[in-house]
Design a protein around this ligand. Structure first.
Ligand code: GLP
Length: 298
């Protein structure tokens, strides 16, 4: 896991949007996994700005959302499809046929969920999966106890999640009890994951995700098993991390690598003060989002 701590929520959004944009520029036909909730809103705003002011094109991009409430139609203002349209898709040059949000009104969920998985596979798999995290450490709607190998399916929401999401509805009794959600196993198959968390209310979930044991009680902790995860936090969300100084040290080393300052890292020098060649670019290559082939902090 690579843990990046930014000064505030705005800086998290800008950095996340830059990572998504780099992915699209590198591979215009990218398949993105998208999330809803308050956390990714700033990222979506910045992507819309990049579309409008910098011409970033989504014309060949395909998207799959993580989840949807059962019983809400796409036009329901609290549905995740509605959220995605209003906050992102409506402002992009994306082909509507390439945007996928699970159907909250499917008649036969078993076969619908299998189809959703199949569509992800047919699209070539998810290149970059954006994730938020619930206060209890859930990703998508994989509530505590979800199998870490789970696939897209129906899930019953916990009372904590119902309470957290009640702010968007007329009251807690209005929040749907069930959701259709990608499974933890589905998410782990994405090529890269980008988990965002901001605010003090997420600090405990972040600690458990990054530094706790891998457990189905905190489904985000399963990301420790993934080979390429970036955890992007603001200061308050990072507040309970024990190894926070080490993560910042890793980032400083990463910056030196990316800017070719290899000698400052001891690359190309020997301990007795001698040097090997000019030490140029032997420490790994910059791949556009700060991940080098030999040093990624993961
Ligand atoms: C819901 C969503 C998650 C999201 C979480 C946190 O449970 N299913 O995908 O990460 O809420 O939302 P927020 O970003 O609003 O804190």
């Amino acid at each position: 896991m690579r843990v990046i701590i930014e000064r505030d929520a705005d800086a998290v959004s800008l950095r996340a949007a830059r990572i998504v944009a780099d992915q699209i520029r590198r591979k215009p036909s990218s398949v993105l996994g998208l999330a809803t909730g308050g956390t990714p809103l700033g990222t979506y705003r910045e992507l819309v700005r990049m579309r409008q002011e910098e011409g970033l094109s989504f014309s060949r991009v395909t998207t799959f959302n993580l989840d949807e409430y059962v019983g809400l139609s796409p036009s329901h203002p609290q549905s995740y499809r509605y959220f995605m349209q209003r906050n992102l898709f409506d402002h992009l040059d994306i082909d509507p046929m390439r945007t996928h949000v699970p159907d909250g009104l499917a008649a036969d969920y078993e076969s619908y969920c299998r189809q959703y998985e199949q569509r992800i596979e047919d699209a070539g798999g998810i290149d970059l999966q954006l994730l938020g995290v619930g206060r209890d450490g859930h990703i998508a709607f994989n509530e505590p106890g979800s199998s870490l190998g789970s696939r897209t399916r129906l899930k019953t929401l916990t009372s904590e999640t119902l309470g957290d999401n009640a702010r968007f509805f007329a009251g807690q009794e209005q929040v749907p009890r069930l959701a259709v959600t990608m499974g933890v196993g589905t998410i782990l198959e994405s090529r890269r994951c980008l988990l965002l968390a901001v605010g003090e209310s997420k600090a405990e979930a972040v600690r458990a995700t990054v530094e706790g044991p891998v457990t189905s009680q905190v489904t985000a902790s399963a990301l420790q098993l993934h080979r390429e995860v970036l955890v992007l936090l603001d200061e308050p969300a990072a507040g309970r991390l024990q190894r926070r100084e080490y993560y910042q040290e890793v980032e400083r080393a990463q910056t030196l690598l990316e800017t070719g300052q290899l000698r400052a890292l001891g690359i190309g020098t020997t301990l007795d003060g001698g040097s090997h060649g000019d030490g140029s670019r032997t420490g790994g290559s910059h791949n556009g989002d700060g991940a080098s082939s030999t040093h990624r902090g993961d």
